[in-house]
Ligand binder design. Structure first.
Ligand code: GLU
Ligand code: ZN
Length: 288
């Protein structure tokens, strides 16, 4: 059974890139006789707005898409994410981190002497400053701090070979079985943040838990998230969740070849609608 989803964050208007992603996922589900779900990824309470969420429903319906109700909203599931974090904490797999970006840069830069700082799909590769600090996993999950995954420990129980199936393409054309090793993950991704201090969770943790909770068999999303998929596969293994098939698609760019951004109102679906475009015009603009 093919089950996919579109998972926008209500932090700005939907633009042509979102329209492409949503229509493609919807069309693929239709063609496979499967289901297309909608999920609102609103864990960033500071940037999410009910008005943007309402506009998302309105724009997607106007595009001719439909989905089962009720729509899953991540802000309704914070206790679920915290429960999983508590489990990982008691297993000794996550630790609080009080470093800010400057601390991390300073810790990396010292031995690197002005070279470009090593970064992975989740930003700078964490030098491990807080990993060795004393902690007591028999205590309750620490509140009010960022929580990082101890990647080496998290992967200690997994076999050396990890991977996922890519039916679309990564940013540099990767397709088919994507194999990687735990050593790759430890050295090129490192101790990712599983709970941000200001959110109590993270994109990576919430997306993995929700894809599993919603029974997603195929994740259709932009190639900008291809690299993050390795993080998601690691978390699925750690939490005993199935790994879906991934289909990363090309990104819609502006005339200058730049990726569309949320603040790029000129390419907002709402703007095209005001100017009299039809849903068919939007499909043509994104090449569908
Ligand atoms: N919420 C993410 C975004 O707006 C998409 C997450 C995903 O599809 O995995 O970019
Ligand atoms: Zn730290």
């Amino acid at each position: 059974m093919f089950r996919t989803r579109f998972a926008p964050s209500p932090t700005g208007p939907l633009h042509l890139g979102h329209a492409y992603s949503a229509i493609l996922a919807h069309d693929m589900a239709k063609a496979a006789g499967g289901a297309f779900l909608l999920r609102i990824e609103d864990i960033d309470r500071a940037r999410s707005r009910p008005g943007w969420e309402a506009q998302i429903y309105d724009d997607l319906r106007w595009l001719g898409l439909d989905w089962p109700e009720p729509v899953r909203r991540q802000s309704d599931h914070l206790p679920d994410y915290r429960a999983v974090l508590a489990r990982l904490w008691h297993q000794g797999l996550i630790y609080p981190c009080t470093c800010n970006r400057r601390d991390i840069e300073a810790a990396i830069a010292a031995p690197q002497e002005g070279a470009t700082l090593p970064a992975g799909p989740d930003g700078l590769i964490y030098p491990g400053t807080c990993r060795g600090k004393p902690r007591d996993p028999s205590q309750p999950l620490p509140e009010g701090a960022a929580l990082r995954l101890d990647m080496a420990r998290a992967l200690a129980g997994s076999g050396p070979a990890l991977g996922f199936t890519e039916t679309g393409q990564g940013a540099t054309g990767e397709t088919g079985w994507q194999a990687f090793t735990s050593t790759d993950v430890i050295t090129t991704i490192g101790d990712v943040v599983l709970a941000r201090r200001d959110m109590g969770t993270s994109y990576h943790l919430s997306v993995v838990l929700d894809d599993a909770a919603q029974g997603i068999s195929h994740v259709v999303r932009g190639a900008d998230l291809f690299e993050a998929t390795r993080i998601h596969v690691v978390l699925q293994g750690l939490l005993g969740l199935p790994t879906p098939v991934y289909h990363h698609h090309r990104l819609i760019r502006d005339e200058a070849g730049k990726r569309l951004a949320k603040r790029d109102d000129a390419r907002a679906i709402a703007t095209y609608r005001e100017q009299g475009a039809t849903p068919g015009d939007i499909r043509a603009m994104v090449g569908l």
